[in-house]
Design a protein around this ligand. Structure first.
Ligand code: AR6
Length: 171
């Protein structure tokens, strides 16, 4: 598997699936979540509402992942996952690693071969960047999967540098 980092906007990525740093409600929010719903259009929210009415009446638990259409995005699917907040959870590093593992598992189920991840939990959820980058890269590296390209898409230069450093450390 090839693991890369680019600086950019995840909604513009031409990959099979993009991962969304969602919240348990699955009904949109700020940050990446807001951008994905805005650019992907109403079909994504519609699909999320169906998930809430079906398998996830109480919302998507932290550390789990689920797929919907990507609507108008270049990708085919959005895989929604819910990162831990840094403040709230004692087992936050395990839950953050789980977001990456479970997203890869969903990607395998879909048959997605190229996958873009944002820096889950490092925005509103305040996970320290270097720690989060290390957990993310290690989790992807250590997961057995048919996905052959994982691209971390980082919005700002600081995040890009942190993920690049983590990728080099795990090579
Ligand atoms: N492409 C790539 N990265 C982005 C984009 C984009 N278009 N927009 C923002 N980022 P956050 P979290 C970066 O807060 O910490 C939402 O309200 C951003 O700069 O999106 O997991 C949800 O609904 C930061 O580096 O996710 C949840 O309630 C990173 O993506 C909550 O925030 C993650 O920041 C989730 O918080």
């Amino acid at each position: 598997m090839r693991i890369t980092a680019v600086q950019g906007d995840i909604t513009e990525q031409d990959v099979d699936a993009v991962v969304n740093a969602a919240n348990s409600a699955l009904l949109g929010g700020g940050g990446v979540d807001g951008a994905i719903h805005r650019r992907g259009g109403a079909d994504i929210l519609e699909a999320c509402k169906k998930l809430r009415a079906g398998d996830y009446p109480d919302g998507l638990p932290v550390g789990q992942a689920v797929a919907t259409t990507a609507g108008k995005l270049p990708a085919r699917w959005v895989i929604h996952t819910v990162g831990p907040t840094y403040a709230a959870s004692e087992d936050r590093s395990e839950l953050l690693a789980s977001c990456f593992r479970e997203s890869l598992k969903v990607a395998d189920t879909l048959g997605a071969r190229t996958l873009a991840f944002p820096a889950i939990s490092t925005g509103v959820y305040r996970y320290p960047l270097d720690e989060a980058a290390d957990i993310a890269v290690r989790a992807v590296h250590d997961t057995a999967t048919d996905v052959d390209v994982v691209r971390f898409v980082l919005f700002d230069n600081g995040s890009y540098e942190a993920f690049n450093t983590a990728i080099r450390r795990h090579e």
